[in-house]
Structures are given as C-alpha cells and as structure tokens.
Ligand binder design. Sequence first.
Ligand SMILES: [Ca+2]
Length: 247
Amino acid sequence: MAGIVPDNQVMKGSRLWESANGSPFGYKHQKKGEHMYQTLGIAGCILLLVSNLNAQIVSYSFTGAVGNESSFSPDNQPAGAFASSFTRGSGVNGSSAADAFSSSAWSRGELALDDYFSFSLTPASGYQVSLTELQLDERRSGTGIRDWVARSSLDDFASNIGTVVSVPDSLATRTDQSISLASGTFDRIGGPVEFRIYGFNAESASGTWRVDNVELFGTLTPVPEVKSICWVAGGLLGFSIWRRRQC
Ligand SMILES: [Ca+2]
C-alpha cells in the first residue's frame, strides 16, 4: 500500500523497495517497478528474437581463388544450415581473377537464363531462416556487363529481386552492393533457397564480370527453441512477479 514508512521498516524482500538513499518507495512505485520488469522482460524477449536479424549467415570471399574454378567453397558453414559452393550457370565461362569468382561470355542483350553466378542455403532439419540482405562486391572488365540482377528459387527464378542494377562503364570495383530481402518473401524459410546473380548487356563476349565478398544476412533459428526460450522467460517473469506479490 502507499504511504510513508520509516526507514527501519524497510527490509529486503519486502513489498517496499529501497532507493539509493535508503528511502522507501511507496506501493505505486512498486507497481511501476513491476511494470518496468514486465516491460524489460518482454523487451528482452523481443531483443532475443530480433538481435540477430541482420547477422551474417554465410560469406564467400574466394580467398586463394584464381577466378575460373567451376565452384568455390563458402568461408564457413553456418550452424543450422548448409551453404553450397559458389558456382556459375552453363551459359558463361570461367575467367581468371585473383581472390574472386569471374566469368566471361555474358549475354550481350537481355538477361539470359543460363548466364549467372549461383549459391544456395539449406536450413537443417528443425531450423528456419529469415533473410534480410544479399551483399556483394562486383567489377567488370572494359567490355563486361552493364546490368545485373538477383533472382531466387522461391519463384523458380521468374522475377527480379528489387530492380536491375546498372553498372557504369568503369573498371572500378563497387563494394557492398546491397540487395534487400526484407520484403517478407524470404521470412521463415524451412527448405533450400538458391540465389542466382545474372549479368547481362555485356559489351563483348570476351568481356568479364567478377563477384567477391558475397554475403547473406538474416536470422537462422531452431524453430522450437526460440519459442521455448520465450516461454521460459515469460514463466520466470511471471514467477518473479508472483513472488513479489507474496512477500
Ligand atoms: Ca576475395
């Protein structure tokens, strides 16, 4: 109950809390404290769920590559999923590039369905993945591609993810090119998803295009455990409030 209580009546574990200077808080303050714990508990739960929303799941930095390998392994395998090697479509040829993955023979016109780089991610049984972003560095040769775009197996590579990216007539490397996957299409995926990155509008068949530091971001979670953690957190929170009310 509210009211002023002498300092000597305040005990640890009682309904009354001590402030830093030893003065007791009244009942209303305690209720506010309970709300604060409640809020913190819920916020903690939400934080637990969202804290890894933009974590890197897999990366391909092609360290040691000569560029024309038929496939190249990811840097690491994520816990709870399998990431494929990085490969290319049958319409393009491997091309030399140190510490990157490169191809020539890109379409000189519109997007060609066999002209792509590719990799896939498969959540382990009992895991699901929610993807937020695909990021990569890319560079063309003097007669390489002028446009690129990503697609995924979720719609059998039928539609572009976002808009086509125009590449300037430059030999510069464009780093951290970002494709948003936050539309909801890539939420809670329980099966394999393949990404293809199509280059097109090449200025010649011998022109090359390379990618490097390909990264996939999102959250990879064991489906039942996240719920369990929140139930346990909610249970502990409820128990804590119940205990305080009994004291
Ligand atoms: Ca590299």
